[in-house]
Design a protein around this ligand. Structure first.
Ligand SMILES: [Zn+2]
Length: 100
């Protein structure tokens, strides 16, 4: 049996489906699940990582894992100084979370 829906609901649903397949930045048509690379190629992408404070001398790591978003990609496993405001000392990059 067909699900009943109003014309408005039908149109809204269709619109949502269409939106998912078009990049909001460059309007390129994308395959389902595909992510456009236009932001990255323009240097506008932001990369999010999970990082943890690490003592450069002892190698001891802090307990609190934090998230950081950067304009430039970081190396997972790398140790960085001066990652940003509020990130005093050295931080180890644990994991890549995603690109926006
Ligand atoms: Zn795009």
């Amino acid at each position: 049996m067909m699900k009943r829906q109003t014309v408005l609901e039908y149109l809204r649903e269709r619109e949502e489906l269409m939106q998912e397949r078009i990049c909001p930045y460059c309007e390129a048509h994308l395959d389902p699940g595909e992510k456009c690379t236009c932001r990255a190629s323009q240097g506008l992408a932001e990369y999010t990582y999970r990082v943890v404070k690490e003592d450069v001398v002892t190698g001891e790591r802090g307990k609190r894992v934090r998230k950081i978003t950067k304009r430039n990609p970081l190396d997972v496993g790398g140790l960085y100084m001066h990652l940003g405001k509020g990130f005093k000392g050295a931080y180890r990059v644990l994991e890549f979370v995603g690109m926006e």
